[in-house]
Design a protein around this ligand. Sequence first.
Ligand code: CA
Length: 223
Amino acid sequence: MNILLIEDEGRVADFVRRGLAAEGWSVDHAANGEDGLELAAQNSYDVVLLDLMLPGIQGQDVCRKLRARKSKMPIMMLTALDEPEEKVEGLKIGADDYLPKPFDFDELVARVEALHRRATGYVTDVSDTIITSGAIAFDRASLEVNVAEKPIELSKKERDLLQLFLTSNGRVLSRERILNTVWGLNADPLTNVVDVYVGRLRRKLGQEGQRIVTLRNVGYRMT
Ligand code: CA
């Protein structure tokens, strides 16, 4: 996924850029609205992350200009202004989502993914409860998992882990990301629980387990 980040605060920009790069996404950064508009004119981005308080052109105007160009790029506003009127205003001028600072990194990632899914027309509704990938079928309603049409027994964590892999669309998942998503933010970052559970999940999935590839010092990826 290609992301355009328009943010003047170096510290925030570094944090977001490093984190999104660890998700395997590429990030172009503009420190002001003019540069952001220029980059957006030259490239196509899957999601634009737009700060509101910018030097020069304000974020709201960047958003208006992008929409005036008929750009359909999904825009998420990032801002310390979290008054409800600001939010309504942002959505009215064409932003697709709005995330107040300070934000939780996992929430940013989840929202970026949701925006991207919406924009690409991939919508999961309640009737779409079964995720299939290769010979694996995962029913999110009944929580049954079948491999080659045979049910397999998974613990809750193993199921959560499998669901994360199945919805990651082949992206690299860092150990931190897996740990935060499946075990929560309070998990001990030094634990090897991720490796242990990936090993178990691989065995239980049999042949399909081979699709979970280890990337040394990076994390895992389901091919
Ligand atoms: Ca700012």
